[in-house]
Design a binder for this molecule. Structure first.
Ligand code: G3P
Length: 229
């Protein structure tokens, strides 16, 4: 994982699985290859195997249970997502909250297996306490802006700048900003404010031409990074 981090969360949108899931992923893959910028897609568990086989995108699970093998009906273990081809997982998304001890167990288990973990938080005050678990990245998303079309980088820039101050205390852990990211300008601003990348869902999953949206995100992310260097 390295900046610019572009993480697209498929959630459970209608085009997140099946043939539509393949089609949108192929479009994203083409842009990723054209710009030589790896893109992370966080997909429904049922799609991990197919998308890992059929694309060169970095496939993540949307959630994983940090449990051991055994009598755990319905559990999705780190070993299972690894076996299916995933490179990592989101943890503790606002739409899939888990307890602190569960976050800890999952991050540790994934680390042992060589899987990446991105822990989500809904406020900057939690950035440091999650970052000390040493995941690969923290994804900060104010829940009220998720799916709103109002970008965190425009509506609540202080959330990003404060999170950036917090993440600096744990070198090696990246900061991703998300919620309401819609335009290339939103992406530019997030990175300008100090984020290492962006997390997005609706602007891509609901787009008529998702490849154009992703292209604009990548172009702006690269431009913002270049300006910072
Ligand atoms: O994980 C990213 C997601 O929660 C942001 O959603 O629709 O606001 O881009 P959205």
């Amino acid at each position: 994982m390295k900046p610019p981090i572009i993480l697209i969360n498929y959630k459970a949108y209608e085009n997140s699985y099946g043939q539509k899931g393949i089609e949108i992923s192929k479009k994203i893959e083409k842009v990723s290859k054209d710009y030589n910028v790896p893109v992370i897609i966080s997909v429904p568990a049922t799609m991990i195997y197919r998308l890992s086989q059929e694309t060169d995108l970095i496939v993540y699970a949307q959630h994983v249970d940090g449990l051991e093998h055994g009598a755990k009906t319905g559990a999705i273990l780190p070993e299972m997502i690894k076996d299916a081809g995933a490179k990592g997982s989101l943890l503790n998304h606002s739409e899939r909250r888990i307890r602190l001890d569960e976050i800890h167990d999952a991050v540790m288990r994934m680390k042992k297996l060589g899987l990446e973990s991105v822990v989500c938080v809904d406020r900057y005050e939690l950035v440091h306490s999650m970052a000390v678990l040493n995941p690969n990245a923290i994804l900060i998303e104010p829940p009220e802006l998720i799916g709103s079309g109002k970008a965190v980088s425009k509506e609540r820039p202080e959330v990003i700048t404060r999170a950036v101050d917090e993440i600096k205390k744990t070198p090696g852990v990246y900061l991703i900003a998300g919620a309401g990211i819609t335009s290339g300008e939103d992406v530019y601003r997030a990175i300008e404010l100090g984020a290492d990348g962006i997390g997005v869902a609706s602007a891509v999953m609901k787009a008529k031409e998702p490849e154009k949206v992703v292209e604009s995100f990548i172009q702006n992310a690269l431009k913002a990074l270049e300006k910072k260097s």
